[in-house]
Design a protein around this ligand. Structure first.
Ligand SMILES: NC(=O)c1ccc[n+]([C@@H]2O[C@H](COP(=O)([O-])OP(=O)(O)OC[C@H]3O[C@@H](n4cnc5c(N)ncnc54)[C@H](O)[C@@H]3O)[C@@H](O)[C@H]2O)c1
Length: 354
């Protein structure tokens, strides 16, 4: 049975529907002359199952790689859409994960000053997190997600069956993001989900309940602070320390697992600054332990890590803008001086915890 909810948004409210069979929905959009932007891998895996023919100039296949999240690539796509006679009342249909979402939503926000777009998320991260919240982002040179806007889809259709073919690393990455929402909200589901970790990795359809709960937590906050000026900032928990891990590991640590490590580092800093009780720290560590990557920082890498932290968009002067915690459900925005003390603290984290 399908299930749906509405997300309230500044520009337009939009519906999120859970579907068991997306064929007729895709066919509907094909019949009203929509344009499809599809992840190449998803097309290879699911193209035959989608009953209507997604071929011809209205179907644009895109490789889901960060190098395609650029202005140049988007300009090329827009050129192809114009050649195929796209009009302002047509709709762009994105089928893929966060990369396809970011490319399609960015193109949609600038083409004709805004054209409708619809999203079929196919990764765990995009189903449980990015499909709502309106952010559109592309990269500029080495700056990730620097260009973009807030531009919501008209509809989101979630089919859990897409997760069956997702590599296990992508599942672990999505689990990291879901955990971060649960810790933000103080949800008991964090423990429950991690208790069934092995089963979930084997049978990703078990994640449906956790995806819905994650979206519910995100919905509550983006409806009051869609533009990320206040409450939504708290979702950066784990992300400041995690992004810097992604940078110095040359993106070998998947995003959501870097976020898991980032949460543990944020918790350690919180513990040492006296915000977090040792027992709570240990308990949170235990819950997330199985999703922690093996990546470690040593003396030789610490300066690069601090340099990566110092480039964070949320910093103020020489202070690291980050989210620390008093425990699940109680996050706090802090500015921590980027000095030798923080450097030693992070080295201590990796010394104590390896
Ligand atoms: N706009 C936002 O709100 C937002 C939020 C978070 C992240 N992001 C962005 O999302 C991107 C990451 O997205 P992601 O983690 O969803 O993955 P992705 O789009 O990078 O895809 C990851 C890999 O999975 C493959 N894939 C996709 N669906 C599949 C399926 N069903 N079966 C098998 N393989 C499949 C892709 O081809 C790709 O190789 C980053 O660029 C990040 O910056 C955007």
């Amino acid at each position: 049975m399908s299930e749906k909810f509405i997300v309230k948004s500044r520009l337009r409210d939009y519906e999120v529907c859970f579907l068991e069979d997306i064929n007729s929905t895709i066919e509907h959009y094909a019949n009203i002359n929509s344009f499809f932007i599809i992840d190449k891998r998803v097309m290879d895996l699911f193209g035959k199952q989608i009953s209507c023919k997604l071929t011809g100039e209205r179907t644009l296949i895109v490789e889901a790689v960060e190098q395609n999240k650029t202005l140049d690539y988007c300009t090329g796509l827009i050129q192809r859409l114009i050649t195929a006679n796209v009009r302002r009342d047509n709709c762009l249909i994105a089928i893929g994960g966060g990369i396809i979402q970011d490319i399609t939503s960015f193109v949609s926000t600038i083409l004709f000053r805004g054209i409708e777009w619809v999203f079929f998320p196919t990764t765990l991260l995009s189903q449980s997190d990015s499909c709502i919240g309106s952010k559109t982002s592309i990269n500029l040179n080495e700056y990730k997600n620097l260009l973009g806007s807030f531009y919501p889809p008209s509809k989101v259709f979630i089919d859990i069956n897409f997760l069956k073919t997702l590599p296990v690393g992508e599942i672990k990455s999505g689990i990291g993001e879901i955990l971060h929402f649960y810790f933000n909200d103080g949800s008991r589901l964090a423990r429950e989900m991690m208790d069934s970790y092995d089963n979930i990795l084997k049978t990703p359809s078990l994640l449906e309940k956790y995806i819905k709960a994650s979206l519910k937590i995100k919905k509550k906050i983006i409806e009051i602070d869609e533009l990320d000026k206040n409450e939504r900032n708290l979702f950066n928990y784990g992300h400041t320390f995690g992004h810097a891990i992604e940078t110095i590991s040359n993106y070998s640590v998947p995003h959501g697992q870097a976020v898991t490590l980032g949460m543990d580092i944020a918790n350690f800093v919180s513990l040492r600054l006296g915000y977090l009780d040792k027992n709570v720290f240990e308990d949170m560590r235990k819950i997330m332990s199985r999703n922690l990557p093996t990546f470690r920082i040593n003396e030789d890498m610490i300066d690069d890590y601090i340099r990566a932290l110092s480039k964070d968009k949320k910093n103020m002067g020489n202070n690291l803008g980050c989210i620390l915690t008093n425990g699940p459900g109680s996050m706090r925005k802090e500015y921590v001086p980027l000095n030798d003390e923080l450097r030693d603290l992070i080295l201590a984290y990796f010394r104590v915890n390896t």
